[in-house]
Design a protein around this ligand. Structure first.
Ligand SMILES: [Zn+2]
Length: 202
């Protein structure tokens, strides 16, 4: 019997196969147009679902000037990386002549090589599953520095700077472990012992 407090999710409908939703790129505002399966990775060629052609300077309509390809690292399938190759239109304003590229803020953080979904996956791997940065980097097919920057930036934004991160914390523990043996780099975590939550890192 279900009640108002039940957390059991509703049974989702059975649908036709759809790579856009299966790869979770619909949440990024993208759709999958094609795929390329390599032995060691998969590439999904994507386009934007909705495009805003209004000029950011004067508000007039723009025409497609050309297109550029942006590559992002997305959620892995098993231990195999998935890349997104996103076709991004550039517009030229009919009014003032300005040329601009469509914003990808729904896809990734500014200047990030990881999608927002991959950011979250990497953070969960480190915080919840205690995977070292090197392990996250290996599965995603990215450098240690790129993985470390993503986990640090998103962790700071979502965990460290969250105003309610200490709510309900009663007992904390301190753990220190090596995150990069060759560089003798260690990380200290202060954890809520009653929940899988990191209170602080250093
Ligand atoms: Zn304009």
């Amino acid at each position: 019997m279900s009640d108002a407090t039940s957390t059991t999710p509703a049974c989702p409908p059975v649908t036709s196969p759809d790579l856009t939703t299966f790869a979770r790129v619909d949440a990024l505002g993208l759709r999958v147009d094609a795929q390329q399966i390599w032995p060691d990775k998969a590439i999904l060629f994507c386009s934007l679902v909705t495009v805003d052609d209004r000029c950011p300077r004067c508000g007039a309509g723009g025409r497609v000037h050309d297109q550029v390809l942006r590559r992002f690292t997305h959620l892995p399938v098993g231990r195999r990386p998935t890349w997104l190759s996103v076709r991004v239109p550039r517009f030229r304003c009919d009014g003032c002549g300005r040329v601009w590229r469509h914003s990808l803020k729904t896809v990734a953080r500014p200047r990030s090589k990881l999608t927002r979904a991959a950011d979250w996956w990497a953070l969960c791997q480190v915080v919840l599953d205690h995977t070292p940065i090197s392990g996250v980097a290996a599965v995603l097919g990215i450098s240690w520095d790129t993985a470390h920057m993503a986990v640090t930036d998103v962790g700071t934004q979502l965990l460290i700077d969250h105003p309610g991160r200490l709510d309900g914390v009663e007992v904390v523990g301190v753990d220190e472990h090596a995150v990069r043996h060759e560089a003798l780099l260690f990380r200290m975590e202060v954890r809520d012992l009653h929940r899988p939550a990191v209170v602080a890192v250093g």
